[in-house]
Design a binder for this molecule. Structure first.
Ligand SMILES: [Zn+2]
Length: 90
């Protein structure tokens, strides 16, 4: 006999993964909010409105000229963090 372990999904505070669980969408509320992302090569900050980040898949870093690919997962993280930071004032 095998004992069946009931899977429990815990969504407490334990890092970035949780943010994805909390906010699985690229909220339109952040369309005009400036989000920033650092280049994986040179670390320079790219700042653009949420609407820009939602629409692009990659961009060219102004500092090092490298192509930075922004995955959907990464967009979710960007938006989730920005949204959490905005919460207290809303
Ligand atoms: Zn760069």
């Amino acid at each position: 006999m095998t004992s069946r372990v009931k899977e429990t999904r815990y969504t407490g505070a334990c890092g970035d993964g949780v943010l994805l669980v909390l906010r699985m969408s690229l909220s339109r509320a952040l369309n005009n909010v400036i989000l920033s992302r650092s280049c994986s090569r040179c670390g320079s900050q790219r700042q653009n409105p949420g609407t820009w980040f939602r629409s692009i898949r990659q961009y060219t870093c102004a500092e090092c000229g490298g192509i930075e690919v922004v995955t959907y997962d990464e967009k979710l993280k960007l938006f989730a963090k920005a949204q959490l930071m905005r919460l207290p004032s809303e």
